[in-house]
Structure formats: structure tokens, C-alpha cells
Write a protein of this length. Structure first.
Length: 300
């Protein structure tokens, strides 16, 4: 039974990447993808009154820790913005193989600022993840190999933002401030959404989407959030009933599932998405995904 819960994490996270890609292709192909984050911010904002009602003392924190928690939310949304721009111009499976470098950077930041120690296995795992991401960042074309400079740069910026946000959140979460940190992080995300709407061009796109099909966009975004949440809860529950090493080995397979879903969608549901499945590219993606999966398992 634990295996089912453990696999729910990577399956859900892989599906979420493809849902993000679908949202961009369906609703924001000819417009700024940044507007899609307004809907993400709205979903987070809906959680604020519930957290405030059930968790006392949220507004009793000092100005400094509150500002830092809000900054965590702003950093998360900034990382999401870079991730969305990378996903707009790149295949979902490639982005999935580049993104695990984030936890590795988070380990390094935790080592520097939180006093956490890195084991030899984590160092080797980090090196494998970087190697897998490097292989994924190469674009094969004829007899020449090109570097995916733009998408790699965007994902690198996203990774830095995600890692900083994670370290800030963890700093407060481990001091019995999990829900206050969650609340003010959501506030930061909401403020980022407001900042996007401060631009007239973004408001125009947002208004057009709201008039045409707001339910569809909000519905798909909400479903995506639920998919992510379900995967996270499943993986965490698996940790309760199974050894940590086994669960980490299973949850490290996210890039593999992302690639598997890419194959299924391209072959059977091409209207929902399409990826390059030529033989050299399949070998490249399989190798990169395997290195990333093994690296995450060791680093975990």
C-alpha cells in the first residue's frame, strides 16, 4: 500500500508539468504567460481567510519576520515566472529534467545558512543531477549539438528563486511557525499577482481571458493545484508507513514519469501536446532522466 502512496507523488508532479504546458499552449500561446500567474495567486489568496480563522496569532508576528515570509512568496512567484517562460519555449520533459537542480541548490544554501551537513552520498547525487541536467540542456540537430541557452538560463533563475524561497520557508517552519509562514507566503504570492496586473498590457490580457473563459482557466489551475497537493500528501503519508530511503527512491522518478507522459501524449493525444521522439532524442532524454532520478535518490 505504501508504494501506491509513494508513487502518487512523482506521478502527480509529472502530470502537473504537462498541465502547466497545456495551460500555456491553450490559453496563453499568443499572450503573456505571466498573466497565468494571476490565477495561481488568486487560488493562494482564497486560502488566506481559512488559515487566518483557524490559526491564531498570525498577525502578532514582528514586522521583520513577516516581511521575510512575504519575500519567500515573492521569490516563489518569481521562480514560477521564469519556469513558465522556460516551459513556454521548451518541451515539458526537458524542463522536468532541468528543475531538480533546485533541491540541490537548496541543500547548498541550507548548508551555508542553516548549518545542515551534506553527506558524501548527497554530494555524489548532486553531481549526477547536474550531469543529467547538462545532458538535457543539449539540443540535438543533425551533426551538431546546440546548447539550450535561453531555457537553461530561465530555469537557472527559477532554481535560484525556488531555492531561496524554500530555505526562507524552512527557517520559519522548523520553529513552529509553519502555518504563519504559509499564510504570509501566500500573501507574497498574492502581492506578486497584483504587481502583474499593475501593467496595462497584462490587465488587458487578463480582462480578455476573464471575459472569454475564466471558469476554464481557473478550473484547470485549481485542478493543477489539487494534483500537486494530492501528490505531496501521498508522498508524505508514505513516509509514515515505509522506510525513508525506499520512499525517496520512488519519488525520485518524477523526470521518468514526465518523459513517459510526454510519449503517451505525443502518440495518443497529439492535440494536447507533442514532443520530439526521434531515436537520438529518446536516448538523450532517457539518459538524462535516469541520471537525475538516481541523483535525487542519493541526495535525498
Amino acid at each position: 500500500m505504501w508504494l501506491l502512496y509513494a508513487f502518487s507523488g512523482p506521478v502527480a508532479w509529472a502530470a502537473s508539468i504537462h498541465i502547466d504546458k497545456y495551460i500555456l499552449e491553450k490559453y496563453f500561446k499568443n499572450g503573456s504567460p505571466a498573466v497565468s500567474m494571476v490565477f495561481t495567486a488568486m487560488i493562494g489568496a482564497l486560502m488566506l481567510p481559512f488559515i487566518a480563522f483557524f490559526v491564531p496569532g498570525i498577525f502578532m508576528l514582528g514586522a521583520a519576520p513577516t516581511a521575510v515570509m512575504i519575500a519567500s512568496g515573492l521569490l516563489y512567484m518569481a521562480g514560477l515566472l521564469f519556469y513558465i517562460y522556460a516551459l513556454q519555449s521548451e518541451e515539458a520533459s526537458i524542463v522536468a529534467m532541468l528543475s531538480p537542480v533546485g533541491p540541490i541548490l537548496a541543500y547548498a544554501l541550507a548548508y551555508l545558512f542553516l548549518g545542515e551537513r551534506l553527506t558524501p552520498a548527497q554530494i555524489v547525487g548532486g553531481a549526477l543531477v547536474v550531469a543529467g541536467a547538462f545532458i538535457a540542456s543539449m539540443r540535438l540537430g543533425g551533426s551538431r549539438v546546440h546548447f539550450r541557452g535561453r531555457s537553461t538560463a530561465l530555469m537557472s533563475l527559477a532554481i535560484v528563486c525556488f531555492a531561496l524561497s524554500t530555505v526562507i520557508f524552512k527557517f520559519f517552519a522548523v520553529t513552529d511557525l509553519f502555518w504563519p509562514a504559509t499564510f504570509w507566503t501566500y500573501v507574497g504570492e498574492a502581492l506578486f499577482g497584483v504587481g502583474i496586473l499593475a501593467f496595462a498590457s497584462e490587465r488587458k490580457i487578463f480582462g480578455r481571458i476573464v471575459k472569454s473563459n475564466p471558469g476554464a482557466v481557473l478550473g484547470v489551475n485549481a485542478m493543477n493545484e489539487l494534483v500537486n497537493l494530492g501528490g505531496s500528501l501521498g508522498a508524505r503519508f508514505a513516509l509514515i508507513i515505509a522506510p525513508l530511503a525506499l520512499v525517496q527512491a520512488v519519488t525520485s522518478t518524477t523526470p521518468l514519469f514526465t518523459f513517459f507522459f510526454a510519449v503517451v501524449i505525443t502518440v495518443f493525444l497529439p492535440k494536447l501536446g507533442r514532443e520530439n521522439l526521434s531515436r537520438p532524442v529518446i536516448i538523450q532524454k532517457t539518459t538524462a532522466a535516469a541520471l537525475v532520478a538516481i541523483g535525487i535518490w542519493l541526495a535525498g
